[in-house]
Design a protein around this ligand. Structure first.
Ligand SMILES: Cc1ncc(COP(=O)(O)O)c(C=O)c1O
Length: 474
């Protein structure tokens, strides 16, 4: 029961199911399947409601429950299968190799092949693993071919933080290149950060925060002239840009047609419309990919070979990702992209035309980020929350973004959003000077001490996520 103390309302938000039975040890008497099914169905319906209403940025990319049911049916055929055992499950070889081939072809690996390379890729568990695997491949490659012992990587300040995470794990120094006035990486500044220990450059297409494509052709020139690789993070945009280009949108060059691009990540579990848990990492050449292979010929457990961090992996995800791609087809991807790009354009132009208090960041196509010089943008977010929207809050500088996905493309949603955003701007004006609920944490995060405090708080949240709900008061 919520009371005024704040603690109980926090617990209600964090543990909305705490009224139901909490398991702190394996139940002596098994719970019936019917009871479990009823419980999880109730939770799933409750939690899907917001995404299904089309009021969420990103997160839910397809939103088509018939598509999900079909994918889950395919998943179920192989959910229990361990694809490490290829003698038992040769279907995994078909699914995985074809996922890589289809993605590589979409990313124009034909251009790399025509230039004499041998493109090759892997399926990973998500964008983070693709980025971290790419870093690992570049680190190994640089160590073997150039004797690099103190590796560093040069990435845009706006690049996804999974790169920082991977570099942290692997002892790679991260050099953050600043952004220019156009919100894209400052290529001259990035070039100046490269030295003889640099293993690779990174550019995003598009970046998480603002959905923009860095100047990949210029980064390519820097990479080629320094003899280093260039990874393009297309985790978010990789399954949007190829279709946007075909639809005639102005998409700057970013794929394997750019000669210095040596690897690209593209997430099948985002705009590829697969179930959560897969991404594809494609290398311009097999020689780079082979750095990921782990083989053990002298292990008492037998001969062991594995392509990445995971050992055992479920065949279900690979099969369902393959199924998502072949049943969506070019036609499905083009239609989905058309709806997304048109909805995003309505939102972007509506903000530019109707809301002088807000400014759209850069010139985005499918993910619209906006900030304000005169309003507390987090108060705008409070207003949007009150109207039932869930956008993503950014900071440094403060902004919000709306990554448009298929559920947002339903007729009327973009107009409803613009009307509610207008209302939220007025809400922010009316509450000017008051602390924003959704910005309370970000408010502290602009000094070194503030960053430390927030980091400690976030560590506490991770601890809490692994704590079952506390006992209810008697
Ligand atoms: C540009 C970009 N790269 C990488 C990632 C990380 O992907 P994941 O959350 O699947 O690990 C994201 C996630 O949103 C992203 O937007």
């Amino acid at each position: 029961m919520a009371d005024d103390s704040g603690t109980d309302s926090f617990l209600d938000d964090f543990y909305p199911y705490r009224e139901s039975r909490t398991f702190r040890s394996i139940p002596t008497e098994p719970v019936s399947r019917a009871e479990v099914l009823e419980q999880v169905t109730t939770m799933a319906h409750r939690e899907d409601a917001m995404g299904d209403a089309g009021r969420v940025s990103g997160s839910i990319y397809s939103g088509d429950h018939e598509h999900y049911e079909f994918l889950t049916q395919v998943y179920g055929q192989f959910a229990h299968a361990n694809v490490l055992q290829r003698d038992m499950y040769p279907s995994a070889t078909k699914f995985e190799s074809e996922i890589v081939a289809m993605t590589a072809s979409m990313l124009r690996a034909d251009a790399a092949a025509a230039a004499g390379s041998d493109p090759a890729g892997v399926v990973t568990s998500g964008g983070s693993e693709s980025l971290i695997s790419a870093l690992y491949a570049y680190r190994e490659h640089a160590a073997v071919t150039r004797g690099v012992k103190a590796p560093n990587v040069v990435i845009p300040r706006s690049a996804h933080v999974a790169l920082d995470k991977g570099a942290h794990w692997m002892g790679i120094e991260v050099r953050h290149a600043p952004l220019g006035d156009d919100w894209l990486v400052d290529v001259d500044a990035a070039a100046a950060m490269v030295d003889d220990q640099t293993i690779a450059l990174v550019g995003s297409a598009g970046n998480y925060g603002h959905g923009l494509i860095d100047p990949i052709e210029r980064l390519s020139e820097v990479a080629l002239s320094n003899g280093i690789g260039l990874h393009v993070d297309g985790c978010l945009g990789g399954f949007i840009w190829p279709w946007a280009e075909r639809l005639g949108y102005p998409v700057p060059a970013w794929d394997f047609r750019v000669p210095g691009v040596t690897s690209i990540s593209a997430d099948t579990h985002k705009y590829g419309y697969g179930l959560k848990g897969t991404s594809v990492l494609v290398f311009r050449d097999k020689s780079l990919r082979s750095n990921l292979w782990f083989t053990a010929a002298e292990w008492p457990g037998g001969l062991y070979l594995s392509p990445g961090i995971a050992g055992s992996r479920s065949g279900g995800l690979i099969a369902s990702t393959w199924a998502a791609m072949v049943t969506t087809g070019e036609e499905g991807y083009l239609n989905a992209a058309r709806g997304i790009l048109e909805t995003a354009a309505t939102i972007r132009d509506g903000i530019r035309d109707r809301m002088p208090q807000l400014k759209v960041i850069g010139d985005p196509l499918f993910l619209i980020a906006f900030a304000s010089d005169e309003l507390d943008i987090y108060l705008v977010n409070d207003g949007l929350k009150e109207k039932g929207w869930r956008l993503n809050a950014l900071h440094l500088p403060p902004a919000l973004h709306f990554a448009v996905t298929r559920p947002n493309t339903r007729p009327g949603i973009a107009d409803e959003f613009l009307n509610d955003l207008q209302w939220a701007v007025e809400y922010a004006q009316a509450h000017h000077g008051e602390p924003a609920a959704s910005g309370a944490v970000y408010g502290i995060a602009n000094t070194p001490a503030g960053f430390e405090t927030i980091a400690a708080l976030m560590g506490g949240v991770l601890d809490l996520m692994y704590e079952p709900a506390p006992e209810l008061p008697a």
